[in-house]
Design a protein around this ligand. Structure first.
Ligand SMILES: *Cc1c(COP(=O)(O)O)cnc(C)c1O
Length: 351
């Protein structure tokens, strides 16, 4: 069936229908399986993982593997590249990925060519001889957009693999596999699971040979999710479109209000999604004070949950120095938009 994403999120990954068959997939808590089947051992597979993998795979238009975290999923991608392989990557992005790439660069594990993803020609120029282009769009926390269509087309022309971190946009906004990307990655921790109660990652691809290599990597590294966490993520995924659409609608309202606020000098928002990055007209200390003054909005890292969260990104020593000291990243949750706005106003009054 060619369902809309809203329907897929609810209907995919369910057990076969039959009299007294469970509507929802069970949590399969077992470390081993009776012999003669396809799984064999709990590091190689689990029926609860498969239910979540079917659901995310159908949303992204490929086959999916789930991992113990988003970083575990990304690490699996890099693990299958040869030593010293040239990789083109954004010079701005999720701090964990940036730190990982820099450490690979320093150890010689990979040759990383950092580029400004907004400058499409510079990305294309850096591709010569590369093994992989790794993109994040929108970027975290700058919310810059890469021209995925042009970059993917150029990479395909040169026979270079493309991986896209689709955590911020989600398959409701963009489906990179349909655009020709080889791998789509998610921090399932964020919007897909959506309740800030589980860490998980996923990789999706429509290339069966690539899927097998990534699966072999997961089998051996053991970066597997727990069955219970997988079940929680699938439970969360059922309402992902509802939550995302609601948060996005509120984010659009808040962007207009933030732009009109005299204490805010710049608002970054790519036009979709539930993440807003804005800059306070003040010092780092004042910005920090604002984040600590909210009552409803939790002062916490992470994003994509039903709860609104915010933080000053530069409070993390690992964050890129190109991110302004006064930048606050707000993850808009599903509370009433006026309650979120009242809390922002209350916090801004602290300076
Ligand atoms: C959170 C995040 C990650 C890392 O995922 P974890 O689940 O925390 O390991 C990677 N990319 C982006 C864009 C993220 O927001």
């Amino acid at each position: 069936m060619n369902y809309h994403p809203e329907t897929i999120a609810i209907s995919a990954g369910r057990p076969e229908v039959g009299p007294d068959a469970a509507l929802n997939p069970p949590v399969v808590l077992t470390s081993t399986f009776h012999s003669g089947g396809e799984i064999g051992y709990g590091r190689y597979g689990n029926q609860t993982w498969k239910a979540l993998e079917d659901a995310i795979g159908t949303l992204e238009g490929g086959s999916t593997l789930v991992f113990s975290s988003g970083m575990a999923a990304i690490s699996a991608v890099f693990s299958i590249l040869p030593i010293g392989a040239p990789v083109v990557a954004s010079n701005q992005g999720y701090s964990g990925v940036m730190t990982l790439l820099k450490s690979f660069q320093e150890s010689g594990r990979l040759e990383v060519r950092f580029v400004d993803v907004v400058d499409t020609q510079s990305v294309i120029d850096a591709m010569k001889g590369a093994a992989l282009v790794w993109l994040e769009s929108p970027t975290n926390p700058g919310l810059d957009l890469a021209d995925l269509t042009r970059i993917i087309a150029a990479a395909k022309n040169l026979g270079i693999g493309v991986g896209v971190d689709n955590t911020f946009a989600t398959p409701l906004v963009q489906r990179p596999l349909e655009m020709g990307a080889d791998i789509v990655m998610h921090s399932v921790t964020k919007f897909l699971s959506g309740h800030s109660d589980v860490l998980m990652g996923s990789l999706s691809t429509s290339d069966s040979a690539l899927l097998k290599r990534l699966q072999d990597s997961r089998n051996i590294s053991g970066s597997i999710p727990g069955p219970f966490e997988t079940w929680l993520a699938l439970r969360g995924l059922r309402t992902f479109p509802l939550r995302f659409n609601k948060s996005q609608e509120s984010a659009r309202t808040l962007v207009e209000r933030l732009k009109a606020h005299p204490k805010i000098s710049r608002v970054r928002y790519p036009g979709f999604g539930a993440i807003i990055s804005f800059e306070v007209d003040g010092t780092a200390e004042q910005t920090q004070k604002i984040c600590e003054s909210s009552i409803l909005i939790a002062h916490a890292t992470s994003l994509g949950g039903v709860e609104s969260l915010w933080e000053r990104r530069r409070r993390w020593p690992m964050e890129s120095l190109s991110v302004p000291e006064q930048l606050i990243r707000l993850s808009v949750g599903c509370e009433h938009v006026d309650d979120i706005w009242d809390d922002i106003n209350h916090a801004l009054a602290a300076i």
